[in-house]
Design a protein around this ligand. Structure first.
Ligand code: PMP
Ligand code: GLU
Length: 398
C-alpha cells in the first residue's frame, strides 16, 4: 500500500489570478493601501432586481434539489438568449447549467478528452485552461496569437494540428488580451475543425463587454457542421456582475449533453437552486444594467489608454473587449532599482506592488512571460492614481 497522492492532481498549479486576490487581502489587512488592477471581476454590485429574485426564491422555499442540468425555466430563458443574441438554436435538453462557467468548461474538457489527446490553446490564455486539460490526462498545445493584435494565427494553428488533436479552446472576447476574434478568422477556424474533425470549446463569457461597435460572433452559429462540433460556454459572472453567485452554462450537441449530465450528477448535482431563479431574472428583465456597466468599462478603457500612452517604454494594444489590457514590459528586462532586478514579469509585478502599491497579474501563468495583465475593472480615480504611480515607479528602473 502507499499513501502517494494523485500525480495528476499534484501537478495542478495554484491559480495566479485567485492567488493575487488572496495576497491583496493579506496586504490590506496589514494596513497597506493597494490599488487592485489584478481583479478579473466587475467591481459593480449585482443589479438590485437580480438580488431581489434570489431572495424571493429563498423566501418561497425554492431551495431543494432540482434537475441536474438546471431548472427548465432557466434553460428555456438561456435558449431564447442564445437565439436572440447569438443566432443559435438549442433545445433546453442541450443546455447544462453549472456552478460557474468554470465548471461548464471543466465538464466540456472532461467529456471529450482521453489520455494523450492534444488540446490546442491560443496564447496568451486564461490561467485555468491548462490545468483543466492536464488534470484530464490530455496535453496542451499552445499556439501564440498574432503579436500585433492578439488575433488567431490560423497558419500556426493549422501547423499544430496532429492526429491526436481533440479540440481547440477559444475565448473571445479574450481574457487576458482583450481581443475580439474576427468573423473571418472564426470561419477559417471552423473550416479547419470540420476538415480535421476536432471539437471547439468556445468560451464566450465576456460577450457583453465589447467596445468600438464590435459584435462578437459565436462560432457555432456559422454553419450546421461546426454547430455539431462546438460546445459554447457562457455565464452570468461578467455580464451581470454575479461572480460570487457561481452560475454558468454550456450549449452543445445532444450526445454530449447526455454524458455531461451524468458527469455533473455525480460531481455537484444542480447548481444552487435559488441562484438559478436569479439567473432567470437576469435574462428576462431589461438588459439596461448590462449596457450601463459596459459603457462605464468603455470609459475606463479609454482613460487607461490615454494614461498608458504617457508611460515611456511600455507597449500595449488598443483592444476592444473584456476589461483587460496586456502590457508588454520587455523593455525593462535587465533594468534595476536598488535590490530589485527585473528579469521577468513576476519580478515586475512584485516591484510594482512594492514601489507603486499597485497589483497587476504577471503574464507567466497566461503563457505571456513578458507581459503584465492590467484589469480596468476599478474606478476611474483608481485608474488615474494607479497609473500615475506606475509611471513614477517605472522611472526608477535604470
Ligand atoms: N472563462 C474566462 C475566460 C474567465 O475569465 C473566467 C473567470 N471568471 C471564467 C471562464 C469562469 O467564470 P465563472 O466565474 O462563471 O466560473
Ligand atoms: N477569471 C477571473 C480572472 O481571470 C477571475 C479569477 C479566476 O477565476 O481565474 O482574474
Amino acid at each position: 500500500m502507499s499513501l502517494e497522492v494523485s500525480k495528476k492532481v499534484s501537478q495542478i498549479n495554484p491559480s495566479a489570478t485567485l492567488g493575487m486576490v488572496n495576497k491583496i487581502a493579506e496586504l490590506k489587512k496589514e494596513g497597506k493601501e493597494i490599488i487592485a488592477f489584478n481583479v478579473g471581476e466587475p467591481d459593480f454590485a449585482t443589479p438590485q432586481h437580480i438580488s431581489a429574485a434570489l431572495i424571493a426564491a429563498i423566501n418561497e422555499g425554492k431551495t431543494k434539489y432540482v434537475s441536474v442540468s438546471g431548472i427548465l425555466e432557466l434553460r428555456e430563458a438561456i435558449c431564447q438568449k442564445l437565439k436572440k443574441d447569438n443566432n443559435l438554436e438549442y433545445s433546453p435538453q442541450q443546455i447544462i447549467v453549472s456552478t460557474g462557467a468554470k465548471q461548464s468548461l471543466y465538464n466540456a474538457v472532461s467529456a471529450i478528452t482521453n489520455e494523450g489527446d492534444e488540446i490546442i490553446i491560443p496564447t496568451p490564455c486564461w490561467v485555468s485552461y491548462e490545468e483543466m486539460v492536464k488534470v484530464n490526462g490530455a496535453k496542451c498545445v499552445f499556439v501564440p496569437t498574432n503579436e500585433t493584435d492578439f488575433q488567431l494565427d490560423l497558419k500556426a494553428i493549422s501547423q499544430a494540428i496532429t492526429a491526436k488533436t481533440k479540440a481547440i479552446i477559444i475565448n473571445s472576447p479574450n481574457n487576458p488580451t482583450g481581443a475580439v476574434y474576427s468573423q473571418e478568422s472564426l470561419e477559417q477556424l471552423a473550416a479547419l475543425a470540420i476538415q480535421h474533425q476536432f471539437y471547439v470549446i468556445a468560451d464566450e463569457i465576456y460577450e457583453k463587454l465589447v467596445y468600438d461597435g464590435q459584435k462578437p460572433v459565436s462560432i457555432a452559429s456559422l454553419n450546421k457542421a461546426i454547430y455539431e462540433q462546438t460546445i459554447t460556454i457562457n455565464g452570468f459572472a461578467k455580464a451581470y456582475a454575479m461572480t460570487g453567485h457561481r452560475l454558468g452554462y454550456a450549449a452543445m450537441p445532444q450526445s454530449l449533453a447526455t454524458i455531461i449530465n451524468n458527469l455533473q450528477a455525480h460531481m455537484t448535482s444542480n447548481s444552487t437552486t435559488p441562484v438559478q431563479y436569479a439567473g432567470v431574472a437576469a435574462l428576462e428583465s431589461s438588459q439596461e444594467c448590462v449596457s450601463e456597466m459596459a459603457n462605464e468599462f468603455d470609459q475606463r478603457r479609454l482613460l487607461s489608454f490615454d494614461l498608458l500612452d504617457d508611460i515611456p517604454l511600455i507597449k500595449y494594444n488598443k483592444v476592444t473587449g473584456a476589461f483587460y489590457i496586456m502590457i508588454d514590459i520587455s523593455a525593462f528586462i535587465g533594468k534595476q532599482y536598488q535590490d530589485y532586478q527585473i528579469n521577468n514579469a513576476d519580478d515586475m509585478s512584485l516591484f510594482l506592488l512594492e514601489y507603486a502599491q499597485i497589483a497587476l497579474v504577471s503574464g507567466k501563468s497566461f503563457q505571456a512571460p513578458n507581459f503584465l495583465r492590467f484589469s480596468y475593472s476599478t474606478s476611474q480615480d483608481n485608474i488615474k492614481n494607479g497609473l500615475k504611480a506606475m509611471k513614477a515607479a517605472l522611472n526608477l528602473l535604470k
